[in-house]
Design a binder for this molecule. Structure first.
Ligand SMILES: [Zn+2]
Ligand SMILES: [Zn+2]
Length: 343
């Protein structure tokens, strides 16, 4: 019997030139929101960032044994702009970050699609495709061309995740809008997934403008046990969904092939805030929308599709905790592929 655990993989510490708190302080103040965390250095802060960060990560693992703490880094990828590679502690986690910065840092002249593919091959050979994955952070800053995504998705199976909501309530149209880059790549058969991240640097209460990890955005990951291997595998296989403001929980999203060759979709979830709209998306198009969703939502429908289904939704505005105005609660469920469906 599995369970949903929450976390955030995009978090900066005092070891970064624009971060403010220690790993311990961040965990202490965000523990109520998260079950796991990833600590992200900045590759342009080398060499101090990684060593300082890693020492703090190791100490925090001793202090919080129940909380998986990934050591990762925001790299200046050969393609504009920021990516992160995540692996488990036993898999040369420190060397992964250090070597990628030494060998593929864009600011050191490693630029372009060929260098990006070279980096992905390097990771595959040195760390294993199954034991690591790459996240493309804020793909809307600047907009990443579809050709760039395609070339790295095609190279091997290391690139798995593209960000949606990031720092400052910034939402990437590439993963949010229907029929944009993410849908195009899914239609082409690439198995890519969407996540949210706080990109925490400095909290509102300390004079900054960031939420603590898990306080505003959440990745909800399905695992048997809350450990590094399970979390990594769930990210690699898309067994997670992402939310803003914890707006939904316990989604059940399944498909079944009917004798007609069509697919029966089942979707149910619990909305924690008043939801304005939920879209069921298939093969890059919206096939069904629901409005004014009650707390417990359940739907069954039959569709003829050839590739995949996914779901997105958003709610009515909710007052911000630390600032004036309202934010939009929203969520994305990762795709399920018809080719995985038993006949
Ligand atoms: Zn960034
Ligand atoms: Zn960042």
């Amino acid at each position: 019997m599995g369970k949903w655990v929450k976390g955030d993989l995009h978090v900066h510490t005092q070891n970064c030139n624009d971060g403010t708190l220690s790993v311990d302080e961040i965990i202490r103040r965000s523990k109520e929101y998260i079950d796991f965390i990833g600590i992200s250095g900045h590759s342009y802060d080398i060499p101090d960032c990684f060593e300082g960060q890693y020492a703090e990560v190791l100490a925090a693992r001793e202090k919080y044994p129940e909380l998986p703490i990934f050591h990762t880094a925001e790299q200046n990828f050969p393609l504009q702009r920021h990516t992160m590679f995540v692996t488990v502690p036993e898999n040369k986690e420190f060397a992964l970050q250090r070597e990628l910065v030494q060998n593929f840092h864009r600011q050191s002249g490693h630029e372009g699609q060929e260098e990006a593919c070279c980096e992905l091959r390097y990771v595959k050979e040195g760390w294993g495709e199954e034991s690591t994955f790459m996240i493309y952070n804020h793909p809307n800053d600047p907009d990443v061309p579809i050709e760039d995504f395609r070339v790295i998705a095609k190279e091997n199976d290391v690139f798995k995740v593209i960000a949606c909501v990031d720092r400052g309530e910034r939402r990437a149209k590439q993963t949010w809008e229907i029929g944009e880059e993410w849908d195009k790549l899914l239609c082409e058969g690439y198995r890519l997934y969407a996540r949210n991240g706080s990109d925490f640097h400095q909290h509102f209460t300390d004079g900054g403008h960031d939420y603590f990890p898990g306080e505003f955005v959440q990745d909800c990951v399905y695992v048997e046990e809350n450990n590094y291997e399970e979390i990594l595998r769930a990210y690699r296989n898309g067994r997670f969904y992402c939310t803003v403001g914890n707006c939904i929980e316990n989604p059940v999203f399944t498909i079944k092939k009917e004798e007609s060759g069509n697919y029966r979709v089942h979707l149910s979830l619990t909305a924690n805030v008043e939801m304005e709209q939920i879209d069921l998306i298939a093969d890059g198009k919206c096939v069904c929308s629901f409005n004014d969703i009650p707390r417990d939502f359940s739907y069954d429908g039959v569709f003829s599709v050839s590739k995949y289904f996914r779901v997105r939704g958003w709610g009515k505005g909710v007052n911000r905790k630390y600032r004036e105005g309202q934010y939009t609660p929203q969520f994305l469920l990762n795709p399920i592929f018809v080719s995985d469906c038993e006949v």
